[in-house]
Design a protein around this ligand. Structure first.
Ligand SMILES: C[S@@+](CC[C@H](N)C(=O)[O-])C[C@H]1O[C@@H](n2cnc3c(N)ncnc32)[C@H](O)[C@@H]1O
Length: 308
């Protein structure tokens, strides 16, 4: 576990992540704001409410001495909530590329520790085969060219033999604006959706890998359990929908606007002015009843007890 002194300054972390993401530093500003911290909290509770569990009930939690790692943990809220559900002697460790979204240390449960780790780099030796459970959530935007192998290898080496990898993500390709009222227009939502798909493709992010993650886990020697996908329910439809224009506007105000002005958007992209109008229009369409939903994908892979 990295100590606070080992944390790199946030800006430096973010620039390293930007280089990895093939985006020229500085990293998209929207990822660095306190608004983004709030979004992470909001998304956590929305997700938890939808799926109803932190760890899938099929996962056997060894007691005593449970050790859990949450990779790319963001705020650490998943572990903070998990601390309420597991014995006090469980060691819960969160890793992230920066401490920017971490709460103050004195607000953490005693058995939760948050520290530095870049999930794209080789795992430090002292963390190898240490964990009964490795949890990872919301990294879909960091799996390039439809190949999760590199990340998967890093997650797997953290696991003890017999340990479980719990991968929880959103299928951004299953994201179609809908409305049950034919009189409600979703023209702007469709336009943003279409641009989003084009943008993700140009960034090497087609997201198809997510639908075959169970097969990929198997081919890497994990036993794939509970491949599970669910569309956000009607009960969750409003908060999920309303969160998105909010995120969209934040992205626009922090990044798209500047990229448009600097001429860095892909050819055929809307202008800054068109973006501004679309952001406002999207809020209006959602207010009128358009639903912006996506699928939640949850997969568990178990590492063999005996390594061949
Ligand atoms: C959608 S957030 C999810 C955070 C957290 N898992 C959650 O569910 O609340 C994904 C995070 O991965 C972070 N990330 C990007 N590259 C990373 C890397 N190389 N190592 C660790 N985290 C990274 C991003 O900064 C982003 O905040």
């Amino acid at each position: 576990m990295a100590t606070e002194a080992e944390y790199r300054p946030f800006r430096q972390d973010m620039d390293a992540a930007a280089r990895y993401l093939s985006i020229h530093p500085p990293l998209p500003r929207h990822l660095t704001t306190k608004f983004f911290t709030n979004m992470l909290y909001l998304q956590h509770w929305m997700r938890y409410t939808e799926v109803g569990f932190l760890i899938h009930p099929s996962v056997h939690l060894p007691t005593p001495g449970l050790k859990v790692a949450d990779v790319a943990c963001g705020t650490g809220i998943w572990l903070i909530e998990l601390a309420k559900q597991v014995p006090k002697d469980a060691q819960l460790e969160g890793f992230y590329i920066s401490s920017a979204h971490f709460p103050p240390k004195d607000e953490l449960p005693e058995n939760v520790k948050l520290g530095y780790m870049d999930m794209m780099q080789s795992v430090p030796e002292n963390l190898l085969a240490q964990y009964d459970i490795v949890h990872v959530r919301g990294v879909v935007l960091y799996v390039f060219n439809d190949d999760p192998s590199e990340l998967l290898a890093n997650f797997m080496v953290l696991l003890k033999p017999g340990g479980y990898l719990c991968w929880d993500d959103l299928d951004l390709a299953a994201h179609n604006p809908k409305t049950s009222d034919p009189n409600v227009s979703h023209e702007i939502a469709d336009k943003i959706e279409e641009f989003g798909r084009m943008w993700f493709k140009t960034q090497g992010l087609p997201f198809s890998w997510l639908r075959s993650l169970d097969t990929t886990l198997t081919s890497h020697g994990l036993e794939a359990l509970v491949p599970h996908s669910q569309t956000v329910s009607n009960a969750g439809a409003r908060p999920w929908t309303l969160m998105q224009p909010m995120a969209n506007r934040h992205f626009f105000e922090n990044d798209i606007n500047t990229m448009c002005e600097a001429g860095k958007m892909p050819p055929g992209s809307p202008s800054a002015e068109e973006w501004r109008e679309m952001s406002e229009g999207l809020i209006e369409e959602c207010r009128e009843g358009v639903r912006l939903l996506m699928d939640i994908v949850y997969i568990v892979g178990r590492k063999a007890v005996e390594q061949k």
